[in-house]
Design a protein around this ligand. Structure first.
Ligand code: ADP
Ligand code: MG
Length: 679
C-alpha cells in the first residue's frame, strides 16, 4: 500500500523535514493526505466599488508611474506607486521592499493584496505578484504548521502525496449512502479539501468529510450502547402501577406534561430487562426532584433499594427533606449518609443498609464507595453531576452491582453536545417549568452603579424578602477568593446595619456552612454573601434577589444556575449582574443573560461563544476532537449521522452485508468492541 509509505518518499523531504513532519503527527502518505487545511485564503479579485474602508483586497492593475521610494531610519523604506485598477487610479504603498522599484515599470500589470484605505485611495500591500491575477488556485489552503515548514512547500508535498496515494484511499461509506446524500467519494473529497477549485467544491468536500467523521464517531457510540445493553443484564423491575399512581395523586401539585413524559420513559427503562443508562435534563426549577422521588418509589415497590447521590452535603440534606415530604404518606425508610454522619449513627445506618432495612439512601458520592454495602441496590440517581465517573461505576461493579442509573442535570446541555458526549446514553428532557412561575428579570449594570444596586437591595429586604450576593471564584487562589468575599461581606454589613448578613465560602467547615444555610432558609439571615458554593440545588423560595459581582468571570451556564436560586417563590424575582467586561465576548454574555431565561437557549449561545472544549470544563467533557466537523455549525449533520448510525447498528444487514464491510472493519479495530473498555 502506497498510503503507508513514509513521507520521505516524497521528493524534497529529507531527515530534518521528516522529523518536523513527524512532530506534527505526519508519518505516512496517508497522514499527509489527512492533514487538512485549517483555513483557506480567498484570492478572488475584489471589486473596488464594493470594498469598504479597512477591507482586505486583492486588485489587478497597471503601474502608471515610476514609483517613488523614500528611505528613513536606516534600512527602512517606503515605496509608493500609482496603479490604474479598471478606471480608478489608486496608490500602492509597499514597505521595505525598495528593490521592487526596478520591476514596477509603467504599463506593467501587477496583482496586489493588502488593506484598503478608502480615504487615501491606497492599498498597503502585503503581497504583490508581477503578473496578472491567476484564477487557478484562487482558494489557497492554509495549514497549521510549525516553524521551518512553509505553506508553499507544504502544498507541494500535499500535491506529491496526492499523486502517490490518492488512488489507494479507501472508501468507507456504502454506495447507497453516498447516493442518498449526494456525497463526494472519499477521493474527490480529499482532493478537493486540499485544493478546491471553487467554493462549491470546498463545501462539498467538507460536507462529505464531516459526515464520515461524525458517522464513525456515532457508530462507535451506538455500538457501545448496544454492547452495553447486551452485556448489562439488568433486572426487569415489577412494581404496582396502582400504588405508583396513588403516590403521584397524593403530590401537592399536578405533574407537568413534560414531567409525565420523562416519567414514562424512565419507568419503561425500569421495567425492561436492560440496565437503565439515562440522562434527565431539566432547567433549574423544572421539577426534577419529584421525578427522582417517584422513580425511587417505583424501585422500592419492586423490592429494591435506591440511592440518590449529590455533590454536596447541603444538597443531600435538602433532598432528604424533600423526599421525606414527598413520600410522607408511604411507609418507607429513608436515611441520610454524609461524611458528617459519624460513629454509632453511621454504623447503624450501614448495617441497616446491608440488611435491607433502609430502602432509600441519600448522600454524597461517598455513598457507593468504601465500606458501604447494600442488600439489594436496584437504582442509583445522581443529581447535578454531569457524568457518573469511571471510578464510581467501577466501585459499583466491584461490589457485583449493576443498578439502573439515572443522571439528572440542570446544566442544560445543548443537543449537539448531548448527542456527542452522551451518545451512549438515553436522554430525557423536562422542557417546561411548572405553571405560574414569573420569569426572573435580569439587569446588567456597571460597578459605578453600585449605590443604586444597594438601594434596590434595601427595598427588597425591607419588603420582607431575602437576597443572595455572589462573588466569583478567583481561580488558583483560594486565599484571594475568600478575601474577596470577606471584603464584600464587610461592606454590605456596613451598609445594612438593620439586617442580618451571612457569609459563606469554601473555607468554612461543613457544619458552619450548614448553619449559615439553615439561618438563611429560616430567614434569620436576610442577605447571604457567598462564593459559588450556593450554586447547586439549594431552595429558599423567599429569596427574590440575586446580585452577582464581577459577573463577567462566569460562564453563561453558571450564571444561569446561580440565577436559578431565585424565582422559586411567588414574588417577582430579580437578578443583577455587576460587570465591566472588557471583551466583546463578555459583553455578549451579559446581554444574552438579560435577554433570556431559557436555559437551553443560553447553553446553545454559550457553546457558540465559548466553543465545545470549554463547555464542561476540560476534564469532564469526553468530547472528541474532530478534524473538520464543528459541533456548533454541523449539528444537523451530527443528528443525521446519529440516526444513521443507530439504524445501522440495530440492523441485521450491517453485521452481514458486504456494503458495510469497511465500517465493520473500522469498528472491530476499536478497542471497546472487543470487550474490555467501558469502566
Ligand atoms: P430542579 O429541577 O431545579 O431540581 P426542583 O425539583 O427543586 O427543581 O423543583 C423546584 C420547585 O418546583 C420545588 O419547590 C417543587 O416542589 C416544585 N414543583 C415541581 N414540580 C412541580 C409541578 N408540576 N407543579 C408545581 N410545582 C412543582
Ligand atoms: Mg434539583
Amino acid at each position: 500500500m502506497k498510503l503507508n509509505q513514509p513521507v520521505n518518499t516524497i521528493k524534497g523531504i529529507g531527515d530534518e523535514l521528516e522529523n518536523d513532519l513527524n512532530s506534527l503527527g505526519i508519518h505516512t502518505i496517508k497522514d499527509m493526505l489527512e492533514y487538512f487545511p485549517y483555513r483557506y485564503e480567498d484570492n478572488e479579485l475584489s471589486n473596488l466599488e464594493d470594498v469598504k474602508h479597512g477591507d482586505s483586497v486583492t486588485l489587478e492593475g497597471q503601474v502608471q508611474n515610476t514609483p517613488n521610494v523614500r528611505y528613513y531610519g536606516g534600512k527602512k523604506s517606503k515605496l509608493t506607486a500609482r496603479i490604474l485598477v479598471g478606471r480608478i487610479l489608486i496608490n500602492a504603498v509597499i514597505f521595505n521592499r525598495a528593490f521592487l522599484k526596478k520591476s514596477l515599470t509603467p504599463g506593467k500589470t501587477v496583482t496586489i493584496s493588502g488593506k484598503w484605505d478608502q480615504h487615501r485611495m491606497t492599498v498597503t500591500v502585503d503581497n504583490i505578484e508581477l503578473s496578472s491575477f491567476s484564477n487557478d488556485r484562487a482558494i489557497k489552503p492554509i495549514y497549521s504548521l510549525k516553524e521551518g515548514i512553509y505553506q508553499k512547500q507544504f502544498r507541494r508535498f500535499i500535491e506529491s502525496a496526492l499523486l502517490i496515494g490518492i488512488d489507494d484511499m479507501e472508501e468507507l461509506l456504502p454506495g447507497f449512502i453516498q447516493k442518498k446524500y449526494k456525497l463526494y467519494s472519499k477521493r474527490e473529497a480529499i482532493q478537493a479539501i486540499h485544493f478546491p477549485k471553487n467554493h462549491t467544491q470546498l463545501k462539498q468536500a467538507r460536507r462529505r468529510i464531516v459526515y464520515e467523521e461524525l458517522l464513525l464517531f456515532q457508530l462507535k457510540m451506538q455500538a457501545l450502547r448496544k454492547f452495553e445493553r447486551e452485556n448489562s443484564k439488568g433486572t426487569a423491575k415489577q412494581f404496582s402501577h396502582e400504588e405508583l399512581k396513588k403516590m403521584v395523586g397524593l403530590l401537592p401539585f399536578e405533574l407537568t406534561v413534560s414531567q409525565h413524559n420523562v416519567l414514562k420513559e424512565i419507568l419503561t427503562d425500569l421495567r425492561s430487562p436492560y440496565r437503565m443508562n439515562r440522562l434527565l435534563q431539566g432547567d433549574v426549577g423544572s421539577g426534577k426532584t419529584v421525578i427522582a422521588a417517584i422513580t425511587l418509589y417505583a424501585a422500592v415497590l419492586a423490592g429494591y433499594q435506591g440511592a440518590l447521590m449529590v455533590p454536596t452535603e447541603i444538597l443531600a440534606e435538602q433532598h432528604m427533606e424533600s423526599l421525606q415530604q414527598l413520600l410522607a404518606s408511604h411507609n418507607i425508610s429513608i436515611a441520610l449518609l454524609t461524611s458528617s454522619v459519624k460513629g454509632k449513627r453511621r454504623e447503624d445506618i450501614l448495617s441497616r443498609l446491608k440488611a435491607g432495612d433502609i430502602q432509600i439512601i441519600v448522600g454524597t458520592h461517598s455513598l457507593i464507595q468504601e465500606d458501604v454495602n447494600f442488600h439489594h441496590l436496584g437504582l442509583v440517581i445522581t443529581d447535578e453531576q454531569h457524568r457518573f465517573g469511571v471510578n464510581q461505576r467501577r466501585a459499583l461493579k466491584s461490589k457485583g452491582l449493576s443498578p439502573d442509573v439515572l443522571f439528572m442535570t440542570a446544566t442544560p446541555i445543548p443537543r449537539t453536545l448531548a448527542i456527542t458526549a452522551f451518545g451512549d446514553m438515553d436522554i430525557s428532557a423536562i422542557t417546561e417549568l411548572p405553571a405560574g412561575r414569573k420569569p426572573i428579570e435580569t439587569y446588567w449594570v456597571k460597578d459605578s452603579m453600585l449605590e443604586r444596586v444597594y438601594g434596590f437591595l434595601n427595598k427588597e429586604i425591607a419588603a420582607g424578602r431575602q437576597a443572595y450576593v455572589i462573588c466569583p471564584l478567583i481561580e488558583e487562589s483560594d486565599k484571594l477568593d475568600v478575601q474577596n468575599v470577606i471584603d464584600v461581606h464587610e461592606e454590605i454589613v456596613h451598609h445594612f446595619p438593620d439586617f442580618k448578613v451571612g457569609l459563606m465560602h469554601g473555607r468554612l467547615t461543613n457544619e458552619e456552612k450548614e448553619t449559615v444555610m439553615r439561618q438563611f432558609s429560616e430567614n434569620n439571615i436576610q442577605i447571604l454573601v457567598s462564593t459559588t458554593v450556593v450554586e447547586v440545588g439549594v431552595n429558599v423560595p423567599n429569596a427574590s434577589l440575586m446580585i452577582i459581582y464581577d459577573a463577567e468571570r462566569f460562564g453563561l451556564a453558571q450564571l444561569h444556575q446561580l440565577r436559578g436560586r431565585v424565582g422559586r417563590g411567588s414574588s417577582q424575582s430579580y437578578c443583577i449582574l455587576i460587570a465591566n467586561p472588557k471583551s466583546e465576548e463578555g459583553k455578549e454574555r451579559m446581554r444574552v443573560m438579560t435577554e433570556t431565561n431559557d436555559g437551553f437557549l443560553l447553553s446553545e449561545k454559550d457553546l457558540k461563544i465559548r466553543g465545545p472544549g470549554d463547555f464542561f470544563g476540560q476534564k469532564q467533557s469526553g468530547i472528541p476532537q474532530f478534524k473538520v466537523a464543528d459541533l456548533v455549525h454541523d449539528y444537523r449533520a451530527l443528528e443525521v449521522a446519529r440516526d444513521d448510525a443507530k439504524q445501522f447498528i440495530e440492523s441485521e444487514s450491517f453485521w452481514t452485508e458486504p456494503a458495510f464491510e469497511k465500517l465493520r472493519h473500522y469498528l472491530s479495530n476499536e478497542e471497546f468492541i472487543k470487550g474490555e473498555k467501558l469502566d
